[in-house]
Design a protein around this ligand. Structure first.
Ligand code: ATP
Length: 202
């Protein structure tokens, strides 16, 4: 599976439809400050299912929609499409019936995000799993945000551990542990209640 195209429309500074062809061997994007290099990486992260506004350098998810400029009004939606070459047919079932997969994410003001895979509606979770199975995705340690290296160097040990855990892909285990602890505590309360009842009966 190889990314071959990234199309942007109304995403951050890319107000007009823009088609980035990702040729094999592309190693860098250069341009003057503020021309949108980081926005391209954020578009890639976003179409793969990123849901943290902070990872998009915004306060809310709608901040990815073109906010307007002196000569152009704001847009009402943003859309990013990622085209994946699936000629080797390594995509998970459900996505694996064509040589090319096009994932589209669109956000509309006051209406949230919607995803499509080859023009069919899909859930955010399906898209996230597609990329997770291909060992990539919005949280892939291969995508390094601007400032992330100095954050890592300057972070307190606890925060640095969190970054390393995210890179190691074990952050999800904390959520599962928390859920298990809640279930354990509910079970302990139930057992205590059973003991009370048994005591009253004896
Ligand atoms: P640098 O080299 O300084 O890091 P860059 O090429 O990575 O710059 P970006 O940070 O990708 O540039 O782009 C920043 C530009 O995107 C700014 O001009 C900012 O105003 C614009 N921008 C960000 N979000 C939006 C938005 N929602 N609507 C319009 N423009 C936006």
């Amino acid at each position: 599976m190889r990314f071959t195209r990234l199309r942007l429309n109304g995403f951050k500074s890319f107000v007009d439809p823009t088609d980035l062809v990702i040729h094999e061997g592309l190693t860098g994007v250069v341009g003057p400050n503020g021309c949108g290099k980081s926005n391209l990486l954020e578009a890639l992260r976003w179409v793969m299912g990123e849901n943290r506004p902070t990872a998009m350098r915004g306060g809310g998810m709608e901040d990815v929609i073109f906010a307007g400029a002196a000569t152009r009004p704001a847009r009402n939606f943003a859309e990013v499409a990622l085209v994946i070459d699936n000629a080797d047919r390594l995509a998970p079932s459900g996505f694996n019936d064509q040589d090319q997969i096009e994932i589209v994410r669109r956000i509309t003001r006051d209406a949230g995000s919607a995803y499509k895979a080859n023009s069919k509606d899909v859930r955010a979770r399906d898209v996230q799993m597609l990329f997770a199975d291909a060992s990539t995705g919005a949280h892939s340690p291969a995508l390094v945000r601007q400032g992330q290296i100095s954050e890592l160097i300057n972070a307190k040990p606890k925060a640095r551990r969190r970054i390393l855990e995210e890179a190691a892909g074990i952050s999800g285990l904390y959520q599962r542990r928390h859920e298990a602890e809640l279930r354990l505590s509910a079970t302990e309360q139930n057992l205590a209640r059973v003991d009370d009842v048994l005591e009253q009966l004896s």
